[in-house]
Design a protein around this ligand. Structure first.
Ligand code: ZN
Ligand code: ZN
Length: 222
C-alpha cells in the first residue's frame, strides 16, 4: 500500500532492506502438481522470520495430511508424501509421524488413534491466522494476544455444536478443496475474532483470539 510503512506480518517490525513475500495459505498445503498455477494472496515478511516456520509447516502437512487421504485433495497430498517419505533426508520426519499412529488401539469403524505435536500444529495455525488477518486488515497480530485453538474432523459427528453458528459466515478460500476459511466476529463480544480453517476438506482448525486494541483485563496487561 502506498505511503504506509512496510512491516513484517510475522514479527511486526519494519522491513527496511529487500523484502520477501509469503503466501497465505502456505504453498506447502497444495499438492505439488497444483503449485505452479497458484494465485495466492501474499503478505510481506522478513525471509528470516518466514524460514523459522518452514520445519513446522512440513510437519503440519506430514502429520495431518495422511488423515485426509479419503478426500480427493487429501489423496493428492498423500501421494506426494508417499514419494517423499522414501527419501533418506525425510527419514527423521517420517519416523516421527509414523510413531504418532497408535495402532495398538483400534476404535470402532477401524479408526486408529493419531497423536500429534499440538504445539507445532498450533504454531502453523497461528501463522496462517496472522497472514489472513494481515491480508484482511493490514494489521499485525502479536503472538502475545490471548488465543485458543481447536482441531477436529470435518464430519457432522465431530463438529462441536457450539461452532455451528460459523456456517452462517461465508467461506472465503480461493481453492476451497485444499484450504477454505471463514472469518467470524461476534457483535456481542467486541474485539474477539474466530477464524475457522478447513484443510483438504477434512480437518478443521479453529483459532479464537483477541484483536489488537482489545481492552479486556488480560490484553490491558500486555
Ligand atoms: Zn519479521
Ligand atoms: Zn482482550
Amino acid at each position: 500500500m502506498k505511503g504506509t510503512e512496510k512491516i513484517c506480518y510475522l514479527c511486526g517490525d519494519k522491513i527496511t532492506s529487500s523484502c520477501s513475500r509469503d503466501h497465505v495459505p502456505p504453498r506447502q498445503l497444495f499438492p505439488k502438481q497444483a503449485r505452479e498455477k497458484l494465485d495466492l494472496t501474499t503478505v510481506l515478511v522478513h525471509a528470516k522470520c518466514n524460514s523459522e516456520y518452514q520445519k513446522d509447516e512440513e510437519y503440519f502437512v506430514s502429520s495431518l495430511g495422511p488423515l485426509a487421504m479419503e478426500t480427493s485433495s487429501g489423496k493428492l497430498v498423500w501421494d506426494d508424501l508417499r514419494k517423499r517419505i522414501i527419501r533418506p533426508e525425510s527419514r527423521k520426519l517420517t519416523k516421527k509421524v509414523l510413531d504418532e499412529f497408535d495402532t495398538r488401539i483400534v476404535l470402532p469403524d477401524n479408526l486408529i488413534i493419531k497423536h500429534f505435536d499440538g504445539e507445532r500444529i498450533c504454531r502453523v495455525l497461528w501463522k496462517i491466522t496472522k497472514g489472513l488477518y494481515f491480508a484482511e486488515k493490514n494489521q499485525f497480530l502479536s503472538d502475545k494476544m490471548p488465543k485458543h485453538f481447536e482441531i477436529f474432523d470435518n464430519s457432522a459427528k465431530q463438529i462441536p455444536e457450539r461452532f455451528s453458528f460459523l456456517r452462517s459466515f461465508s467461506t472465503r478460500g480461493k481453492y476451497p478443496t485444499i484450504f477454505d476459511f471463514r472469518i467470524a466476529s461476534i457483535p456481542e463480544v467486541p474485539n474477539f475474532m474466530i477464524i475457522a480453517m478447513l484443510f483438504w476438506e477434512k480437518i478443521i482448525g479453529v483459532v479464537m483470539f483477541h484483536e489488537p486494541g482489545c481492552g479486556c483485563d488480560i490484553c490491558k496487561k500486555l
